[in-house]
Design a protein around this ligand. Sequence first.
Ligand SMILES: [Zn+2]
Length: 535
Amino acid sequence: MFARILLPILWLLASCSPVAEDARPVATRVDTLFSGGMVFDGSGSAPVAADIGVNDGKIVFIGNAESSNVAAEDVIDASGLWVAPGFIDAHSHAELDEDYGRDALPYLAQGITTLVLGMDGAGSSDVAARLDGWRENGIGTNGIHFVGHGYIREMVLGEEDREPTDDELDEMRALVRKAMEEGAFGLSSGLFYVPGTYASTEEVIELGKVAAEFEGAIYDTHDRDLGAVYEGIGYEASVEEGIRITEESGLRGIFSHYNLQGAHNYGRADVGADLINDARSRGVDVWAAHHPYTATQSSLRAYTIPYWASAGGAEKMIARYDNQTTSAEIKAATNAMLQIRGGADKIMFVDPRPDLNGKTLAEVAGERELSAADTVEWILREGNAGVMNLELYDHNNTRRLAQEAWMMTCTDGRTPRPDQPITHPRTYGAFPKKMRHFVFEEGLLTPEFVIRSFSGLASDFYNLPDRGYLREGYAADIVVIDPDRYRDMATFESPRQLSVGVVHAVVNGQFAIRNEVATGELAGVPLKRTSGTEN
Ligand SMILES: [Zn+2]
């Protein structure tokens, strides 16, 4: 704030000084000038050397500052660096509402300046309250909120495994409408999770139709079965369901963390690509986002007991464990589910509880001298737990899907609590890791293609009229990256490490990172849904 007052005074002084003897026309003054960088504009075009001027939170100049006589008090030397639009995390669980997550630093350090939240069906329908909270408390990046189908279903039906009555469906419709009126970008669903999984396809379509009354509204799907669901509908049917919901509700669709799960799906990425390409070729407006890790993160309950076992809530689940017959059935299912997921040594706890954090299910079972299925019971009786499933994805599938023109990028990362040492590294490293694999190491993709998947592509999809590209008149969400140093540092063993190489990150014209140091500035804003498509 001090700088905002001081700088105009300095300029006033400067303009009275002998420097004004320069014979050229009066310089156009901007707040900040990023000078001499290689500019990736977000369109996928090859980069060009250019200077970028920022004034009052907006990009006001792109070109040759010297020949256009554009000057600034604050000149950032970007020579040898990449200058790009601030990145957009198309599927995130950043904890912007918590004191420990408000600054969004793990994301900013990757170059992310906008987060898409409320994912997997979990987004609150009290949208206005959430957005007001962001405005009042401040947020480190911009935020986009989706209302969740699972959240609404839980409010109306609890965790019951049944169809809603007509009245209940109306109640759910009203909650979607309220959320959209209050600024949700669309409806998210988590048909893999309790209670979303208890919904029929038709139920989601009905709610999607309400969201579709609002122009530009989006359906974000976490599929019912990405390939590793016990007695599930299978990968192909699951993707077809997401496409059908998108098409019949009249929404635009995005598949979250789009990939194929399980060793039986290694090398089958063409199937996933074809399903989306076929839908697009017949006019369904469907897109996807992904991250480059082979591990997923979810809950122990979702990964290790069947849906019927958790129907009705925790008490009913415990009663089923107390009953010898149903308990044996749950444990048989747990063993089958663990086999699909690669075994108990591929399930690693990312739960804050120190006796679990960082250990595999096999290790915890060994400590307790219990079978894996008995260990699951023991933990679930005390509540659910956060886990990763290691090696569920195949890198070759990811690299195949990364080449598609509709593939955006996401972290799917949840900001860990301060006392939690082990978490999924994707929170800290998804974007630079994608750049590292596919550009720096494998030479598969150009940097401009990957940067587009980080920025302009998401701008087009979310209908953001003034973000995701470097253009005059756009909001000054800008990242300056050192390509020689842009790397993910987070590993599974030591995940809480910020990525490096983002030299500056600017959100709405304010430096959130300057010279690789976080400023603590909370310059993000909640973004509004717009119907415009021009970019
Ligand atoms: Zn997610």
